[in-house]
Design a protein around this ligand. Structure first.
Ligand SMILES: Nc1nc2c(ncn2[C@@H]2O[C@H](COP(=O)(O)OP(=O)(O)OP(=O)(O)O)[C@@H](O)[C@H]2O)c(=O)[nH]1
Ligand SMILES: [Mg+2]
Length: 232
């Protein structure tokens, strides 16, 4: 057996282990009635800014909580905690993504039935998180207007692993001459039919539609679960 083959086997085992844990987590989330949204993007696309606003705006109506991954620092947890929602930081050290086991450990001490929504902000990275299922109901891939319209073409795997794309920092779109049609065309060419939302955490543009997307997807999921539960 060549050394190259051994590396592939180890990686497959790690992924299989993660998939099994993620499946168990997904079942726990469904049993507890919590709708789980994860966010992936390159560093600095605006995940924490958008999530802080999301937690704040959803709270009058819903019970929300968040986990946030970074290689180092508690900075993002400190920012998210300003929303008054329960928040935990996961530091991944040399790893550039979250894994289901990290989520499972971070959830210790929380009663999932206390939450309607759990958000998971992944490490800022457009490559590593794509292969790791975290048991989430939906995965959002964020792309800020300052990154260039070609990111879906350069990083197709992460766009393929996500359920919806969120174009962020829309308040800067004109300044950086963001070509929205080209960005949408590129997303569509990688993942036809993907839901695409436009937001600015700074100006609040698009936030209502963005929040409505979650409310609708959570309601759909609750309906599906009750139909399955009733055997209908
Ligand atoms: N103009 C503008 N700036 C934004 C917006 N959202 C985030 N930013 C800025 O973009 C920078 C990065 O934002 P973060 O929210 O920390 O991004 P992130 O994706 O969480 O970053 P990492 O967790 O490090 O990957 C900060 O300086 C934010 O103030 C926005 O909607 N408009
Ligand atoms: Mg962040």
């Amino acid at each position: 057996m060549s050394p190259g083959t051994r590396i592939i086997e180890v990686r497959q085992n790690v992924l299989k282990q993660n998939d099994l844990l993620a499946r168990a987590l997904r079942q726990r989330f469904h049993d507890a009635g919590v709708f789980v949204v994860s966010m992936v993007s390159s560093p600095g696309s605006g995940k924490t800014s958008l999530l802080e606003k999301t937690l704040t705006l959803l709270q009058p109506q819903f019970r929300v909580a968040a986990l946030v991954g970074d290689l180092a620092t508690e900075n993002d947890a400190v920012r998210l905690a300003r929303s008054q929602a329960p928040v935990k930081q996961i530091t991944t050290g040399t790893l550039c993504h979250l894994e289901a086991a990290m989520v499972q450990t971070a959830l210790e001490g929380w009663n999932l039935a206390d939450f309607d929504f759990l958000f998971i902000e992944n490490d800022g990275n457009l490559v590593c998180p794509s292969s790791y299922d975290l048991g989430e109901d939906i995965r959002l891939v964020l792309m800020s207007v300052t990154e260039g319209e070609d990111k879906p073409l350069k990083y197709p795997t992460i766009f393929n692993s996500a359920d919806a794309a969120v174009l962020t920092k829309m308040d800067l779109a004109a300044v950086v001459e963001f070509d929205r049609d080209a960005a949408i065309h590129n997303i569509e060419s990688v993942r036809p039919g993907m839901a695409i939302l436009n937001v600015s955490a700074k100006s609040g543009e698009g936030m209502e539609e963005y929040l409505e997307f979650f409310r609708a997807r959570r309601a759909d999921s609750a309906h599906r679960n009750s139909t399955i539960g009733s055997g209908a």
